[in-house]
Design a protein around this ligand. Structure first.
Ligand code: ADP
Length: 395
């Protein structure tokens, strides 16, 4: 049915490798987001599933059929793109039914499908409107209805909300989730917006430079990122990173030391590591009691404050030498930490403060390979992704 599988799929354009040895296993009925920065190969991956682009290497399967070289119309997929492209001279009914009329479906069947699709996307009563009489969100719903009437096994959506304003985008996110529930069909959705991916997907496939970095449920990508790229890409604002070294006493860097027994997290002393901590896992010392397992105290000075309404972002300058000094080069990138605090917190710019980190939320990555070593250093927690990429695995 709607299972989609990519087996060692690559796409090369002259000297550009748009997609590099991609393996994906998408289950029937799953909502999967392909997410990553612009140019990472999301659209090319989608186009190879759609049949708009033929892979240079590898195989594509939809259901139990290999479709690598089949044209789009024979794949049982329907596509919705960023540019809606409705026929301006046709009303909504004719726009939605266009493909069915082209395929000579009988009138009753067309009527039945159009009405059902209009019902699903809540366009009842608007079937005789012309596209220029509709809002951007309504036009996008027409485009989705046009895909629905084809009864596809798989929906492919490439940034379908990118041209809508922010409020409508948030609204359409909910609509798409409802649509997914109602149709119970596989949806593969391309976006560069990690918030969109976090809120809608069953699993997120994070892509960078044409390579799959991790495919896991949103919260697993958030809490147990497989590598530095995923850790930095998922979450807003981004995770803080500080480079340092593992010693017999734990993590040591220019400005922050965190004590632990390296054996407890399965690493050996001497290893160069990057410590990661999310802004919401950094606490002012007076809130230390909110943290089950705080780090030792870290002296800092508040720099810029960004009140967001529901929280305040506090940029901290770390006091030099608070940790064991490493080398001079490391100081520049290691002297800042972003902290997020509650909106009613009494905090001002340019003041000395003391903060602690929630040790259970401290991530360690191998600085050279970027791979996760551990998530949380309070106990013998080893990094692992329950359904997807295992940290430290060789693939
Ligand atoms: P994304 O959708 O993540 O923004 P794309 O899949 O569109 O990324 O592109 C991935 C890479 O492949 C980019 O470097 C892009 O310039 C290149 N690329 C995509 N399509 C073509 C093409 N038809 N010819 C040459 N290069 C292409």
């Amino acid at each position: 049915m709607g299972d989609v599988k990519l087996e060692h799929v690559s796409k090369h354009y002259d000297d550009v490798t748009a997609v590099d040895d991609m393996n994906l296993d998408i289950n029937d009925g799953e909502f999967i987001c392909l997410v990553g920065p612009s140019g990472c190969g999301k659209s090319t991956t989608m186009e190879m599933i759609a049949g708009l682009t033929i892979p240079s290497e590898g195989k594509v399967f939809i259901g139990d059929r290999e479709v690598t070289n089949l044209p789009p119309k024979d794949r049982g997929v329907a596509m919705v793109f960023q540019n809606i492209a409705l026929f301006p001279h046709m009303d909504v009914y004719d726009n939605i039914s266009f493909g069915l009329r082209l395929r000579n479906y009988d009138k009753e069947e067309i009527d039945r499908r159009v009405n059902r699709a209009a019902d699903v996307v809540q366009l009842e009563g608007m079937l005789d409107r012309m596209p220029d009489e509709m809002s951007g969100g309504q036009r996008q719903r027409v485009a989705i209805a046009r895909a629905i009437v084809r009864n596809p096994g798989v929906f492919l959506m490439d940034e379908p909300l990118a041209n809508l304003d922010a409020k409508l985008r948030v609204h359409m996110r909910t609509e798409l989730q409802r649509l997914h529930k109602e149709l119970d069909t596989t949806i593969i959705y391309v976006t560069h917006d990690q918030a969109e991916a976090m809120t809608m997907s069953d699993r997120i496939a994070v892509i960078d430079s044409g390579q799959l970095q991790q495919i896991d449920p949103p919260l697993v990508c958030y809490n147990e990122p497989a590598n530095l790229f995923v850790a930095g890409f998922i979450g807003s604002p981004s995770m803080n990173f500080l480079d340092g070294t593992v010693t017999e006493n734990g993590f040591e860097s220019t400005n922050i030391d965190i004590e632990f027994d390296p054996a407890d997290v399965g690493i050996e002393a001497g290893r160069e590591v990057t410590m990661g901590i999310r802004p919401e896992d950094v606490y002012l010392i007076e809130d230390k009691n909110l943290v089950a397992n705080p780090s030792h105290e870290i002296d800092a000075m508040t720099d810029v404050l960004e009140p967001m309404g529901d929280e305040i972002f506090v940029y901290l300058k770390l006091e030099e030498g608070a940790g064991a000094s490493l080398d001079e080069d490391a100081i520049a990138m290691n002297d800042q930490l972003l902290m997020s605090v509650a909106p009613d917190t009494d905090v001002e710019e340019d003041k000395d403060v003391t903060v602690v980190l929630d040790r259970s939320k401290v991530h360690l990555f191998d600085t050279e390979t970027g791979k996760a070593i551990s998530h949380g250093i309070e106990s013998t927690v080893q990094a692992s992704g329950p359904t997807g990429t295992e940290a430290e695995s060789d693939d």
